[in-house]
Design a protein around this ligand. Structure first.
Ligand code: NAP
Length: 255
């Protein structure tokens, strides 16, 4: 029977690439996000490539919406073996001194409480499969702080704490917990969301960086971890572009 993978934040960037990749690996993918028009396009793309997927409208900040995702999982055509908690992002690059409470609230709601809410809702199905996997897409910001990143790093540290705690609490049950920590990934929307639609500021993040990671690189890491034999638990995978030795140490050409 086909295994089912759920990917949150599948309407763009890393989530969309992960949905495509997992479908190519043979999963039936439940692609979840708020923008259903984009999900419909993604499902068509996956089907054209020979895979199968279902679009599920889901706002990870809403109990009711996430209950709908759990219901869709129950109706899916196979056991739910994989959940990829990917929905998230950054807002603002302000110092703690002047950071907007609303930006911090948004980052906490989507990255942290969204991961918590979706994980709680899907745990019974993952356990019932007998071989469940939970992936949490945190970030290198989950273990390093940087100036202007207070709100985002706080949220990603919290996601990292969820991953570690959950792995301890689920020990002895058939669910592994994998944390993926990407460094700089050039996706279409991450910077636009962070800088409130300012394309110049978003582009400046990657200026001169020879080859930042792209969404498919992270999808490749997620797929590799998720397709190891089930007794192999990659606790945490840190992945950065070659040009980024550390958060503060980025090689930029011509800068
Ligand atoms: N890009 C990077 O450099 C980078 C580095 C490390 C970690 N990450 C992490 O990787 C993940 C994906 O990032 P990305 O670069 O692919 O960003 P992105 O292109 O902006 O994708 C974010 C996704 O999250 C979804 N989302 C936002 N709010 C949501 C909500 N309330 N409910 C459901 N879905 C929601 C968006 O879909 P809708 O708007 O359609 O709902 C979108 O599909 C994030 O957790 C991010 O923090 C990114």
């Amino acid at each position: 029977m086909t295994s089912v993978a759920i990917v949150t934040g599948a309407s763009s960037g890393i989530g969309a690439a992960t949905a495509r990749r997992l479908a190519a690996e043979g999963f039936h993918v439940l692609a979840a996000a708020r923008r259903t028009d984009r999900l419909a396009g993604l499902v068509k793309e996956i089907e054209a490539a020979g895979g199968t997927a279902t679009a599920v409208a889901c706002d990870v900040t809403s109990d009711e919406s996430v209950a709908g995702l759990a219901a869709a999982a129950q109706a899916a055509p196979g056991p739910v073996t994989l959940l990829v908690n990917n929905a998230g992002g950054a807002r603002g690059l302000d110092p703690v001194e002047s950071g907007a409470i609303g930006d911090w609230q948004w980052m906490y709601d989507v990255n942290v409480l969204g991961t918590l809410r979706v994980t709680q809702a899907l745990l019974p199905a993952l356990e019932a499969s007998g071989a469940g996997t939970i992936v949490i897409v945190s970030s290198t910001a989950g273990f390093t702080v940087y100036e202007g990143g207070g709100g985002y790093t706080a949220a990603k540290h919290a996601q990292t704490a969820i991953a570690g705690t959950l792995r301890l609490e689920l020990c002895g049950r058939p669910i592994r917990v994998i944390e993926i920590d990407p460094g700089m990934v050039r996706t279409d929307e991450f910077g636009l969301v962070r800088f409130d639609g300012d394309a110049d500021k978003a582009a400046a993040t990657y200026a001169g960086v020879p080859e930042p990671l792209v969404a498919e690189d992270v999808a490749d890491c997620i797929a590799w971890c998720a397709t190891r034999p089930h007794h192999v638990n990659v606790d945490r995978l840190v992945v950065r572009p070659l040009a980024q030795a550390a958060q503060h140490k980025v090689h930029r050409v011509g800068q």
